[in-house]
Every structure is written in C-alpha cells, then in structure tokens.
Design a protein around this ligand. Structure first.
Ligand SMILES: Nc1ncnc2c1ncn2[C@@H]1O[C@H](COP(=O)(O)OP(=O)(O)OP(=O)(O)O)[C@@H](O)[C@H]1O
Length: 254
C-alpha cells in the first residue's frame, strides 16, 4: 500500500495561540470615547467573534489588539511562546499589492526558510494553480483567499479578522466559512473575528462578545462541536437577535 502524500500544512506544528488580556481599556477619537474601561480575557487558541451595533467600537478594539492604535488608558497584554510577536490582520478589502503575484503577496515578509511553507497555504486555499496570477486577474473571492493564505502563512499567534468576507456574495462567503473553519482548526491561533453576520459568528467561533456602550455587554460561549449544526446554535442565535435587534419580534430588520 502506498502512503498518501503528507499534507504540508498538517505536518506543520500547530501555532501556540496567544493569550490576550485587556484591562480597563479606554479609547477615544477627538471628543468621542468609543471604548470605556473594556475588560476581556482570551485563552490561547480561543476563537472569538465580536458583534454589536454599527459604530460600537468593534474595529477600534481590533486595531488596538493589532497595535495599530494606542489606548488612552488601560492595559493590553499578549502572551505567546514565539520569539517574535506574530499578529496578523485580515480586512474586508484584500489589501494585496497589485504589482506582486499571488505567491509573492503570500510570501512577502517571510524569511526564506518559511517561504515554501507559506506557499503551501496558497494550495490549501485552492489557488496553487494561480500562484503566478496578479490580483487583478483574480475574482474577489479568490483575492480574499490569497489574503487569507497570506495571513496564515505568517503562522500568527493572534489572527484578527475584520469583516473579512463582508464584500463577498453569499455563496462565496459560505464556502469561505467552511475553508476558514478547517484552516483555523489546524492552526491553533487565537482568533478575533469582527462581523455583522451571525451565521459567520456562530459557525466559526467558540465565543461571541456583544459590544455595547464601549464595553462587553454580553459574553456567550458556544460548546456545540464543529462543523456546526445550525440547530445546535439556535438558542445562542435567538439571544443575539434579542440583543442586537430589540423590538424586531421576527428577527433582524432587513
Ligand atoms: N479615525 C477615526 N477618527 C475619528 N472617529 C473615528 C475614527 N475611527 C472610528 N471612529 C468613530 O469611532 C466609532 C467606532 O468606530 P468603529 O469603526 O470602531 O466601530 P464598528 O463597531 O467597527 O463599526 P461598524 O460595525 O460600522 O464597522 C464610530 O463612531 C466612528 O465614527
């Protein structure tokens, strides 16, 4: 019997996810205080979705965790086993460099010794055959897959996703959920996903935080096994809909 070819990603040691501690975090823009003494603790490897009203500070929290925005007060601590802090952010827009091929976008910034492994993520997202294509030769869904491969190629201890599939059509988004679900299970990264899509939150996360008034207003943990059967997460969905769309007895307002 011939042994199956080893999967290059599965052979990779899982990343040790970062643990995240946020204490009394306050962030303001000009005269508007967006986060108000927000406190949060994420154990290594946890997958957390952040939902809440538009303008409620979800992206602001993500930007502070990414080190892109300073806090006015409070503390943010990331702890991880890796020699360099590996935090990667994926945004709604792919932010690929248009003059670089998909492969070069994915491996940009990786040490030479990690480029081969980086490219294996391009295969994992189903784009091994398009490694030499430039971003403008790829569809929106394919570009987001390159962006996802780029984020994962750096084997982040903390992966921050800001509405990463918000610009995709429903079918492409659903296939990205399945892909991301299995890739996250392989990586071990601690993940924070900002989203307006409750399906996305319930399918991909271990825990859903509702931000309101600059704080964590609700902290719901999901214990249903993956891949998630929608019926198992229905009680959490109903609770989230009550919190996010009060006064809409039949669910979200279109
Ligand atoms: N650079 C900035 N300068 C001034 N105000 C800002 C800036 N960035 C965000 N804000 C304001 O801070 C508040 C929170 O914004 P943030 O983007 O964090 O919210 P959000 O919950 O991610 O919103 P959405 O769901 O609409 O993306 C909003 O009122 C926004 O207008």
């Amino acid at each position: 019997m011939t042994a199956a070819a080893p999967n290059p990603v599965a052979r990779t040691p899982r990343t040790a996810g970062a643990s995240v501690q946020v204490r009394d975090l306050t962030v303001a823009y000009a005269r508007q205080t967006v986060l108000k003494r927000l406190t949060l603790e994420l154990p290594p490897g946890q997958r957390v979705a952040v939902v809440g009203e538009s303008g409620g500070g979800k992206t602001t929290l993500l930007r502070v965790l990414a080190g892109l925005l300073p806090a006015q007060a409070g503390e943010v601590h990331l702890q991880h086993d890796q020699p360099s802090a590996r935090v990667r952010v994926m945004f709604q827009e792919d932010r690929l460099l248009p003059w670089l091929s998909a492969a070069d976008n994915v491996t940009l910034g990786l040490p030479a010794s990690e480029r081969r492994l980086g490219l294996s993520y391009l295969r994992e997202v189903g784009l091994g055959e398009r490694a030499h294509a430039y971003p403008d030769q790829l569809s929106g869904g394919q570009r987001q897959r390159v962006a996802l491969a780029r984020a994962l190629a750096h084997r982040p201890a903390l992966l921050l996703l800001d509405e990463p599939f918000g610009a995709l059509d429903a079918l492409t988004r659903a296939s990205m959920h399945t892909l991301l679900d299995s890739l996250l299970t392989d990586t071990g990264a601690t993940t924070v996903l900002v989203t307006h899509d409750l399906d996305e939150a319930l399918k991909l996360s271990d825990r859903v935080l509702v931000l309101r008034g600059g704080q964590v207003a609700e902290d719901l943990w999901l214990s249903a096994p993956r891949p998630r059967d929608r019926t198992l997460t229905e009680p959490v969905r109903q609770r989230l809909e009550q919190l996010l769309y009060p006064g809409a007895p039949d669910g979200p307002v279109a």
